[in-house]
Design a protein around this ligand. Structure first.
Ligand SMILES: *Cc1c(COP(=O)(O)O)cnc(C)c1O
Length: 365
């Protein structure tokens, strides 16, 4: 069996540090807003090269609270890609905004800036580039569009911790997730908002904590969505290894590129020029995807699909009024994409077995 991810191997590397940290939190009963939370926020801000990090309960809340911090007026809307995890769109709706979907580009399956420009409407206040699979959406064009139309830019960086892009504009506002399977994963739910704006950082922090900075003084209606101290302990230990783990993911991606190169019918993932990819997912495209996926699973290779149904075809988003054919690049990709096992502890011999199984599956079509 070749696992899709290997959270056990990652845990083995940090087990001692995590046990010691947990013991310290238990001894001090610092369960909520313990010192590890502030320490992690500082460390993750430094790692990300931004001045402010606010820990929150999960990645979906991070998106919602970042949008709420922008104070959108009633009836406002936000542009986001149709090709993303449902949480991006869900958080937009929860923040009181109408989601305006845009198609992705065929080479990288990232938000297409010209499609985003077409989606902008009167009342649009924000654009959400999603750094899907571990590489950043084209931030230069996104910022140009945002500047022209007066939009805020909120990056969905749930899959891209440690990624970079040459010459990109500085990060203004981003939301990330530490769901266990992410490149930087907690042992439960966790997320964060990153920003260069102290006012936004403060607004998000108020929202996470019942609208309160000073105990029992509530400036605004908020939420209870704080980063858990035990999760902060895990994240501090794993953050120290993240750069190396991302290097190992890149090495694994290079090996896949070599191994899969000669296999007929496989379309390999591409890195956009200037991007440093962190390979949260290794997504190939194949004909008759469901048959190929079944054959791989049969051969003991765990594969997944990210994501089989685009946002606009999800029952939950029925009332947006979209139908098949509205976002053709996203829809075609949804029928072809296949995520192969990808994690820092994947071995060369496991990857050889994946390549062999894939070759065989495609020959049998
Ligand atoms: C994981 C993920 C989220 C949501 O994060 P949670 O912590 O699971 O709430 C949002 N957007 C994208 C692209 C994700 O991959």
């Amino acid at each position: 069996m070749i696992p899709f991810a290997d959270l056990r191997a990652a845990h083995a590397e940090v087990a001692e540090e995590v046990s010691e940290g947990f013991a310290r939190v238990l001894r001090d009963t610092a369960f909520v807003q313990g010192p590890d939370v502030a320490a992690f926020e500082e460390e993750f801000a430094a790692f990300s090269g931004v001045p402010h990090c606010v820990g929150v309960g999960n990645g979906t809340d991070a998106i919602e609270l970042a949008l709420r911090a922008l104070n959108p007026p009633a009836g406002a809307s936000a542009v986001l890609p149709a090709n993303t995890f449902v949480a991006t769109a869900e958080a937009v709706v929860r923040a009181g905004l109408r989601p305006l979907l845009a198609d992705c580009d065929d080479d990288h399956l990232l938000l297409d800036p010209s499609a985003a420009a077409t989606a902008v409407a009167p009342g649009t206040v924000a654009v959400l580039p999603v750094h899907l699979y571990g590489q950043q959406a084209p931030m230069g064009p996104v910022h140009t569009l945002a500047g022209r139309r007066g939009l805020a830019v909120l990056e969905d960086a749930a899959q891209s911790q440690g990624s970079a892009q040459d010459g990109r504009p500085p990060l203004a506002l981003a939301a990330t997730s530490f769901y266990p399977g992410k490149n930087l994963g907690a042992y439960g739910e966790a997320g964060a908002v990153l920003t260069s704006a102290p006012g936004l950082a403060r607004a998000v922090r108020l929202l996470t904590n019942h609208g309160s900075e000073e105990k029992y003084v509530h400036e605004t209606l908020g939420f209870n969505s704080r980063l858990d101290t035990l999760q902060a302990v895990v994240l501090r230990a794993k953050l120290k290894r993240l750069a190396r783990w991302n290097d190992l993911r890149r090495a694994a991606a290079d090996r896949y590129a070599t191994l899969l190169d000669g296999i007929d019918g496989v379309r390999l993932p591409r890195t956009a020029p200037g991007n440093l990819h962190v390979w949260h997912l290794y997504v190939i495209r194949v004909p008759q995807r469901d048959r190929v996926a079944a054959a791989l699973r049969e051969a003991g290779v765990q594969v997944q699909i990210h994501y089989p149904v685009p946002i606009h075809l999800q029952p939950a988003f029925r009332d947006l009024g979209h139908g098949p054919g509205d976002f053709p690049v996203t829809e075609t990709a949804a029928g072809e994409i296949l995520s192969l096992p990808m994690h820092p502890h994947l071995t060369a011999s496991q990857q050889e077995q994946v390549a062999e199984a894939l070759d065989k599956a495609l020959r049998q079509l």
